[in-house]
Design a protein around this ligand. Structure first.
Ligand code: PLP
Length: 409
C-alpha cells in the first residue's frame, strides 16, 4: 500500500484524535479557513527570508515575542528539535559543560553528541546544590505526561547567581499560561532559552515551533545555528500556521474546555477507566483492569487514537475545546460507552538476551516518548532487558534496538 493510500484509508474512518498535533484532525481552531494551498510559497520578493527576517517575518517574530515580553522570538519550521540543536550549539560557545535534569529528549543527546560537549546528569537533590558556573542547565517542563518542574523561577535565579545558563525544553508547553486557569509557562521564569512545539498543543501544522531567547547576543548566536540546521526553503504554510496558533492563544477562552474535561473524566470513570490527572489539565493518564496495552487496543477498535501507551497508562492529550470548534465530542462519549475488551496478539519474536552485559553502541529509545532508556556507552543490565522485552512484547516502537542486536550477532 502506498503512503497516500494509507493516509486516505486512515482518515476515512472518522478517527478521533487524543494526540498531537493540537488542531486534532483540523477540528480545533480554524486553520483550514486561514490557510490555502496558494500559501505554499517561497522567498520571492515581498515575502521576506526566515533566516534574515527584515519585513513580514520580522513582524511575525515581533508578534510572537509579545507572548513573552523581554524575549526575542524566532518562528521555526523544523520543530523543537531544530531549536534544541541550535540552542545547544550557541550555548556551547559560552560553556564547556551541560547539566541535565529530568526527562531528557533524544534531540538533546544528539546535540551534545554533535558538539562533543561533556555533560552530567544530576538528581533532584542536587538541583539547588550545584556549582553551575560557566555551565548550562537543561530541564524539561512540562514533561510528556504533563508534569511541571516546581520552582523553575527560583532555580533560574539560583543558576544565574552562579553565572550559569538555563535552557528549558518546553516542547509540550506552548499552551501554558493561555488563561489564568492553566499552569504558568516556562517563559515567566526568565530562563535564557525556551523552545516550544506550537504544533503539539496549539492548532498549528506539524513541525511549527518557536524559540524564545532572552539576551540579544545569544539570540544572534542561536540564529546563526538555525541557519545551519534548518531548511533553506521554510514552509510558508507552517509559518502562517504559527501566526494563526498565536492568534488562537491570544484570544482563547477556557469555559468549554473545563466543562468538557470534567464530563469526560466522569464518563471514563463510569466505563471502569481510572484517570490520573497531571499539572497540565490537557494531559490525562488512563488505565483499567485489563492493563494499558489492552485499553489502547480497545480504544483503537473504536477509532479513538491516544498519544502514547506505556506501562503507566494510556496518555490522552485533550483538545483545547472552544465555542464553535468541530471536535466530535459527543461521538467520543458514545464510542467510549461502546468500548469492549480487545487484546491484540503480543509480539514474541525478538530475542534480546545476547545484549546482557554488552556496551550499548547506539541509544535505545522507546518512541514515543523519545527519552533514551539506555545511552550509547552504557552497559545493558538485566533490568534494562526486562523493560525492553516488556515494551517489545506490547508492540512499543524501540529505536536503536535492532542496531544493537545486529552489532553483537
Ligand atoms: C520533551 C521533548 N522535547 C523535544 C521534542 C522534539 O520536538 P519536535 O517534535 O517539535 O521536534 C519532543 C518531541 O516529542 C519532546 O517530547
Amino acid at each position: 500500500m502506498t503512503l497516500i493510500e494509507r493516509l486516505k484509508e486512515f482518515t476515512s474512518n472518522e478517527s478521533i484524535s487524543m494526540h498531537v498535533p493540537g488542531h486534532k484532525n483540523n477540528t480545533i481552531g480554524d486553520l483550514s479557513d486561514l490557510l490555502t494551498f496558494n500559501f505554499d510559497m517561497t522567498e520571492i520578493k515581498g515575502l521576506d527570508n526566515l533566516h534574515d527576517p527584515v519585513e513580514v517575518l520580522k513582524d511575525l517574530n515581533g508578534f510572537l515575542s509579545n507572548k513573552t515580553p523581554g524575549y526575542f522570538a524566532q518562528a521555526m519550521v523544523n520543530g523543537t528539535t531544530n531549536g534544541i540543536l541550535s540552542a545547544i550549539f550557541a550555548l556551547s560557545k559560552e560553556c564547556q559543560t551541560f547539566v541535565l535534569y529530568g526527562d531528557i529528549h533524544k534531540s538533546i543527546y544528539h546535540a551534545l553528541d554533535l558538539v562533543s560537549a561533556s555533560y552530567e546528569i544530576i538528581t533532584k537533590e542536587e538541583l539547588f546544590n550545584y556549582d553551575y558556573s560557566d555551565k548550562a542547565l537543561i530541564i524539561t517542563s512540562p514533561n510528556y505526561e504533563g508534569n511541571i518542574l516546581e520552582n523553575i523561577s527560583s532555580l533560574v535565579s539560583y543558576v544565574h547567581d552562579r553565572n550559569g545558563y538555563v535552557l528549558v525544553d518546553s516542547a509540550h508547553g506552548a499552551h501554558l499560561s493561555i488563561t489564568e486557569n492553566f499552569p504558568e509557562a516556562a517563559y515567566l521564569s526568565k530562563a535564557d532559552i525556551i523552545v516550544e512545539s506550537y504544533h503539539k498543543m496549539l492548532p498549528a501544522l506539524t513541525m511549527a515551533s518557536v524559540i524564545f531567547v532572552k539576551e540579544e547576543r545569544l539570540y544572534n548566536e542561536v540564529m546563526t545555528f538555525i541557519n545551519y540546521f534548518e531548511t533553506s526553503s521554510p514552509s510558508y504554510l507552517i509559518m502562517a500556521s504559527i501566526e494563526s496558533a498565536q492568534q488562537f492563544y491570544n484570544n482563547y477562552k477556557d469555559g468549554l474546555f473545563f466543562k468538557r474535561r470534567k464530563k469526560l473524566i466522569e464518563h471514563l470513570n463510569q466505563q471502569g477507566i481510572s484517570v490520573k490527572e497531571a499539572d497540565d489539565p490537557c494531559k490525562l493518564l488512563l488505565n483499567w483492569q485489563h492493563g494499558p496495552y489492552a485499553l489502547e487496543d480497545s480504544l483503537i477498535n473504536e477509532n479513538i487514537y491516544a498519544e502514547m501507551t506505556t506501562d503507566s497508562g494510556v496518555l490522552f492529550v485533550l483538545p483545547l475545546w472552544h465555542e464553535g470548534d468541530c471536535y466530535p465530542y459527543s461521538q467520543l462519549l458514545d464510542r467510549l460507552e461502546r468500548l469492549c475488551l480487545i487484546k491484540n496478539e503480543n509480539n514474541q519474536d525478538k530475542d534480546i538476551s545476547n545484549l546482557l552485559g554488552k556496551v550499548c553502541v547506539q541509544n535505545v529509545v522507546p518512541y514515543p516518548p523519545g527519552i533514551p532508556l539506555v545511552l550509547k556507552g552504557e552497559i545493558f543490565t538485566e533490568a534494562d532487558l526486562k523493560q525492553l522485552q516488556q515494551y517489545l512484547f506490547n508492540h512499543v516502537k524501540i529505536e536503536g534496538i535492532d542496531y544493537n542486536i545486529n552489532y553483537y550477532v
